[in-house]
Design a protein. Structure first.
Length: 126
């Protein structure tokens, strides 16, 4: 096995956790806006959009939760590995970190698409 310093791995974890927490809070705000639209619009078209965004928010909140859980598990795994190897971790943690950050970037892209689409919806119905 190849070991590397733990400082070389995991520096981006805290940024990802902060980003995921930010998006989770942003969805709370968007749900409030969604409720405002629901209270003012009862047309079939508006209701379709409301349902679509409610579903998207639920899906993306679940994705945020799942990714945050994976990152937290990876942090714990690295901590245990570092304790066992005097502050060094197996090289595979670097590869796992890269995969998690790729997953974070993809989720961020989807969230931004949903946010943009939602803003367009708001401009039509508010």
């Amino acid at each position: 096995m190849s070991y590397i310093s733990i400082t070389n791995v995991g520096n981006r974890h805290s940024d990802a956790i902060r980003g995921l927490n930010f998006y989770r809070e942003e969805f709370k705000y968007m749900k409030v806006r969604l409720d405002e639209v629901a209270s003012k619009n009862t047309s079939f078209e508006a209701r379709q959009g409301l349902e679509h965004f409610q579903n998207q928010f639920d899906i993306q909140e679940k994705n945020i939760h799942d990714l945050k859980h994976k990152v937290d598990e990876h942090i714990q795994s690295m901590g245990h590995d570092a304790q066992s190897h005097q502050g060094r971790v197996d090289q595979e943690h670097k590869e796992t970190e890269r995969a998690l950050m790729d997953e974070y970037a993809q989720l961020e892209k989807v969230i931004n698409e949903v946010r943009h689409e939602f803003n367009n919806f708001l401009s039509k119905w508010m």
